[in-house]
Design a protein. Structure first.
Length: 118
C-alpha cells in the first residue's frame, strides 16, 4: 500500500488549506484512515480519523470545529479540510491507513509540510 499526501503549503493565520491523500490499495474502502502531524521537537499526534465508510470521525480537541476529515472511496482518497488555521498548526502532516481500526495504523505516507504564518 502506498499513500501520497499533497496540498501542504504556506498560509497566513486564519486561512485554509485542503490536504489530500491518495492510496494505492484496491480495497481502500475497507480501511480506516487518519491524519497525523508532527511539529519540530514534538511527538507525532493524531489530528483526525475516519472509519471505512465515513460514518464515524474523530478529531483532536485542538482542531475540533476547524478541521474536517472526509473520504471519497471511489477515488481512493482521504481529505483534510483545514480552516481558521493557527501558527500552532504548523507541522508536517501525514496520512495513514489502518486495516482494522483507527487506533493502530499499518501504513504511512510521506508527509506534507503545512506552515502557518502569524
Amino acid at each position: 500500500v502506498q499513500l501520497q499526501a499533497s496540498g501542504g503549503g504556506l498560509v497566513q493565520a486564519g486561512g485554509s488549506l485542503r490536504l489530500s491523500c491518495a492510496a494505492s490499495a484496491h480495497t481502500f474502502s475497507r480501511y480506516y484512515m487518519g491524519w497525523f502531524r508532527q511539529a519540530p521537537g514534538e511527538e507525532r499526534e493524531i489530528v483526525a480519523a475516519i472509519s471505512w465508510n465515513g460514518g464515524s470521525t474523530n478529531y483532536a480537541d485542538s482542531v475540533k470545529g476547524r478541521f474536517t476529515i472526509s473520504r471519497d472511496n471511489a477515488k481512493n482518497t482521504v481529505y483534510l479540510q483545514m480552516n481558521s488555521l493557527k501558527p500552532e498548526d504548523t507541522a508536517v502532516y501525514y496520512c495513514a491507513l489502518g486495516i482494522r481500526s483507527t487506533t493502530r495504523m499499518d501504513y504511512w505516507g510521506k508527509g506534507t509540510q503545512v506552515t502557518v504564518s502569524s
